[in-house]
Write a protein that binds this ligand. Sequence first.
Ligand code: IPM
Ligand code: MN
Length: 365
Amino acid sequence: MKNYKIAVLAGDGIGPEITAEAIKVLKVIEERNDVTFELLPAAFGACAYFEFGDAFPESTIAICDSADAILKGPIGLNHEDSKKIPIDKQPERGALLPMRRRYNTYANFRPVSLPKALAHFSPLKPEIIGEGIDIMMVRELVGGLYFGNKEMGVNEQGIRYVKETLEYDETQISRIMHQAFKLASKRRKLLTNIHKSNVLKSSVLWNEILEEIAPQYPDVKVVHQLVDSAATNLCLNPGQFDVMVMENMFGDILSDQGGGILGSLGLMPSACIGPDKAYYEPSHGSAPDIAGKNIANPYSMIGSVAMMLENSFDMADEAKNVWNAMQAVFADGYSTADLSKAGSGVKMISTVEFGDKVVEKLRLG
Ligand code: IPM
Ligand code: MN
């Protein structure tokens, strides 16, 4: 019998609601496999700040350190409420980035996946969607502008200025490239490299390292694409992409666009993998406007559980079953109010009902 410890950080806004549904799924997996999941809930985000004065308190750090994997809900407050927390203690800067740094989770996998059962959510025309969209965005997560030196002040002329540094060294670039190449060789053997080497030196080095590594993966075809052009192509012809690799900031922006072409960021789970620890989180925010209404779809959180099963617990078959169960619920015509308008022909259900239906399908499969 395997016993895994999972730190469960439900987060802010809709976080606790969608986390509760993800836990139901873990229970089903536990029931029918030779495995136990020890769930270790811990405060993280704005809620932790208000309780402990710290968005990533020591007690949570200790729990995460001891866990085999971390399941993390969305964090953050709306623009106005954010002002109640000093800038450096706000959940993004005070919790999320420190977590990424602490566990060195440099490889962020964000599936942009639109199987037939979800096609009606997409704003793209059916002829553009074709047989569906199946992209894996690989985002470097602990370098670049996010983690470079930051400086803000007033210069000698009395003019306010800001300076942020975009820094990468070759080891940071090569490790994410290897992740992307390995994944590409398991999929369609097509890697699209996203860069901006016509302007940024960081992209020149990025591309140089890629060229050096590429011969180790002779079966993978590499296509280079400028980030701005990729943004257009994601809308015009998403089928041209399979695995995409990009630096941190490009990945932040293009992965949100990925959510856009699916129809909602609510359809974007993710895995953040480091050398010794991984955490799993939806790619979206805490949606304070719909929190507590039981209308948020838990897809991104349950999808994050599926990614955890596959990457941290070597349970790829169960991961597949979880994806299939969610798609089966959509295929039956169900949706939640965050994803669909009333009267749009879907059978509207709540967050909790969606979770229950996924569990039902999972038990069948
Ligand atoms: C994401 C989020 C974070 C990021 C924020 C919350 C700091 O937008 O995971 O994409 O920018 O990386
Ligand atoms: Mn983002």
